[in-house]
Design a binder for this molecule. Sequence first.
Ligand code: NAP
Ligand code: F7E
Length: 326
Amino acid sequence: MKLASKTALVTGVTGQDGAYLAKFLLEKGYKVFGLHARRSSDTLWRLRELSIESDLVLLDGDLTDLSALIRVMEKSSATEVYNLGAQSFVGTSWDQPVLTANVTGIGALNMLEAIRAVNPRARFYQASTSEMFGMIQESMQSETTPFYPRSPYGVAKLYAHWMTINYRESYGLHASNGILFNHESPLRGIEFVTRKVTDAVARIKLGRQKSLRLGNIDAQRDWGFAGDYVKAMWLMLQQDIADDYVVATGKTTTVRDMCRIAFSYAGLNYEKHVIIDPRFYRKTEVDILLGNPAKAREKLGWVAETDLETLIKMMVDADLARVIKE
Ligand code: NAP
Ligand code: F7E
């Protein structure tokens, strides 16, 4: 279905989700603008891997600069704004808590203010996260589960989450939170555990590396495929009434079992290669996450289509192909 008149602005367009969402929206006929935070080195590799680099318009701007966001809203005339930009790595949030608060927390507020100033009718998606559940208060987390964040990242996201709700209630903005559980892909950043594992599996298989150092492999996560999850973001902005939704698979797996799947797919035994290294332990850990996606299924008609085994195989295959080319 093509919707030629729609225009979207995606912050975090150079990240994993931004790249998949931009591709998804382009395929729907949207004109897509991406907020591009200038860096001294190349950050466009994901857009190139999806062959969409020249199909979208990149506009310079940083989430910490409200004046830039106002200009970007004016230049793009966006009717849908997807706020995916963030300092998104939990581990780094203890080393850079103020930056994380400014980008991940206040950045969302800046985007909401720019919308209010330029086009309050524009619809807004906020990339909320299961990290807000942290020390879980219910065994399966839903939209009504109380939050207990366990990292500066989780706290910053909780601020952005509540500001999104507050702007919906205060100003009537069409502003929705997608509370997304972990989602991965071949475009995942190398610092996140799934990609760290699949990259290492490829290198070990091809004789470029012998071992892999990991932290707490007993942690459990509800992992899905990023390509499935961006569709849920879009569906939220197509609803008449803005709301908040959990997006998850409803299954949880230990890091240990995820390793087992990745190594055994390449004919390897993870126990021979994985070394536990306390350097990768978190100061406060989120031991287990398990999402209840019932509301997203019932109201949005969304379901996770890719299981963990298929996802990990896809990631190992992509990393094998990359390492061979190096
Ligand atoms: P990601 O790969 O780390 O991408 C983050 C994006 O934010 C990148 O494009 C990055 O730009 C941009 N960014 C960082 N600082 C910025 C700033 N100051 N101004 C403007 N842009 C900035 O993250 P992701 O996995 O795609 O996740 C997308 C969003 O969903 C994030 O908000 C994340 O916190 C949230 N989330 C992710 C998951 C998950 O499992 N993936 C789950 C729940 C929620 P550069 O490329 O230039 O660094
Ligand atoms: O860690 C454990 C680690 O860094 C997952 C972000 O997208 O999802 C992501 O946050 C688990 C944790 O993701 C290593 O301690 C063990 O328990 O892949 P991760 P995350 O922290 O869950 C949420 C939903 C977001 O919103 C975030 O933006 O794996 N773990 N050993 C390790 N993790 C890493 N990174 N590296 C290790 O060596």
